[in-house]
Design a protein around this ligand. Structure first.
Ligand SMILES: Cc1cc2nc3c(=O)[nH]c(=O)nc-3n(C[C@H](O)[C@H](O)[C@H](O)COP(=O)(O)OP(=O)(O)OC[C@H]3O[C@@H](n4cnc5c(N)ncnc54)[C@H](O)[C@@H]3O)c2cc1C
Length: 405
């Protein structure tokens, strides 16, 4: 009798956790991960932080060393899956290889959203999603050279901080009227605008890019209002799209991500999905969502592994995120969308440490905590347990954090 086999498509955060959890949950069959990047699963967050800043090597990024996978009999194959035959349970790879599976996990993540800007094919214009993108960017990074970053979201701002640290002259161009508009309150946008300006980054909002020009390589970024920015390096960071097409073509249900239930099951009982490519129902917020974060990829990896082993361990985690810029560690508990009231603990105007608490109908739904780990931990507890707390208490710094609840 041949051994049963679980195949995981995509070799990143979700896959690293899912394979580990499969063994922990007792999967005794084969495990094969197929990924199209030439690396074992690696930490993606440092790409726009310490790795871009030249403080880490590729080896430092690995989530687990090769020896761990060998010891646990977890195999890797480099390649791109181009088709899934769900009836025969066979995958086809880009080199024509066909592989049979008993159980399948879709951990295909997300890819950068292309901005369709004239001139984006010029040398020196980059997106930032994987190691290859950063190694493409690095030759353009040098003191006093000019970098223009298109997009003032977390990745754009982290990139600005990393390049500034290396002495580059950095400009951030944001189409909306404030940076971080999609994800946070005006208070946070104002705070990060102040910090970046103090660090020497030039931020322009309400500005749209028309084209990138240059003779073979990027030299200028032209904006719709006629303003031009000289550039040696242009980095575009305007969001990501989930990798769902492969699943969708085979009749797996998709709607802004692969639709999964609380056990990470798709509409095929042999197929689970986890991470950036999955869209789940979040019991804490009472709605469907697709999250782009490492904690979510890891938690869903655990749930999906349990499901493949025939167990039922529902996913019910509070979404959380982080962002590192300069000496600032932002930790975000929950999702602030739909808030009706925000209060601040600490001094957001002059200091580099405060917390913003977001309320909806009298309940705390999210918190952005900058260099405030205690407030972050407390917020996770309040939101997860549905504890009712007066906003006036949270802002009162005469009450120690551990006395707040
Ligand atoms: C620069 C950057 C900074 C970030 N910073 C943070 C942060 O500070 N905190 C945080 O929580 N999150 C951060 N994130 C987000 C975080 O990295 C993602 O949420 C996480 O990587 C999701 O993991 P995943 O396994 O779902 O998918 P991904 O990491 O997207 O990996 C999916 C993998 O599958 C491969 N693949 C796709 N289709 C196929 C196919 N058909 N065949 C074979 N392989 C395929 C892809 O190439 C990729 O290697 C950051 C992301 C980036 C890019």
């Amino acid at each position: 009798m041949t051994n049963k086999i679980a195949i995981i498509i995509g070799a990143s955060h979700a896959a690293a956790q899912l394979t580990t959890s499969l063994r922990q949950e007792g999967w005794d069959g084969d495990i094969l991960v197929i990924g199209d990047e030439p690396y074992l699963p690696y930490h993606r967050p440092p790409l726009s932080k310490t790795f871009l800043a030249g403080e880490k090597t590729v080896d430092d990024l690995l989530i687990r060393p090769a020896a761990f996978y060998e010891k646990n009999n977890i195999q890797f194959k480099q390649g791109r899956v181009t088709a899934i035959n769900r009836v025969q349970q066979i995958l086809t790879l880009d080199d024509g290889t066909q592989l049979a599976y008993d159980k399948l996990a879709l951990c295909m993540g997300a890819r950068v959203r292309k901005a369709a800007i004239v001139g984006e094919e010029l040398a020196g214009v980059h997106y930032l999603r994987n190691i290859a993108d950063v190694t493409g960017i690095q030759p353009y990074v040098a003191k006093d050279k000019r970098a223009v970053i298109i997009g003032g979201g977390y990745i754009g701002l982290e990139t600005a901080a990393a390049l500034r640290k290396q002495g580059m002259d950095v400009v951030v161009l944001e189409m909306a009227d404030r940076i971080l508009q999609r994800v946070t309150a005006p208070e946070l946008s104002e705070f990060y605008t102040r910090i970046h300006r103090e660090e020497g980054v030039k931020i322009h909002t309400g500005i749209s890019v028309k084209a990138i020009t240059g003779d073979g390589r990027a030299e200028k970024v032209l904006c719709a209002n006629g303003v031009e920015f000289p550039a040696d390096l242009v980095i575009i960071g305007v969001g990501v799209l989930p990798n769902v097409e492969l699943a969708q073509e085979e009749g797996i249900e998709v709607d802004n991500g692969i639709i999964v239930d609380e056990f990470c099951r798709t509409n095929d009982s042999n197929v689970v999905a986890a991470g950036d490519c999955a869209n789940h129902f979040n019991a804490i917020y009472g709605r469907r969502m697709r999250l782009e974060s490492v904690p979510n990829a890891s938690e869903q990896g655990k749930t999906a592994a349990a499901t493949l082993c025939g167990l039922t361990k529902a996913y019910k985690s509070l979404p959380w995120f982080w962002s590192d810029q300069y000496d600032l560690k932002l930790q975000i508990a929950g999702l602030s969308q739909g808030y009706d009231h925000v209060v601040i603990r600490g001094d957001k105007l002059a200091s580099r440490s405060f917390a913003a608490f977001y309320f909806k109908e009298g309940r705390l739904i999210a918190a952005d905590c900058i260099n405030r780990p205690q407030e972050f931990m407390l917020s996770k507890k309040i939101i997860t347990e549905g504890i009712v707390i007066e906003p006036s208490r949270l802002v009162d710094e005469s009450i120690a954090v551990k006395e707040l609840v």
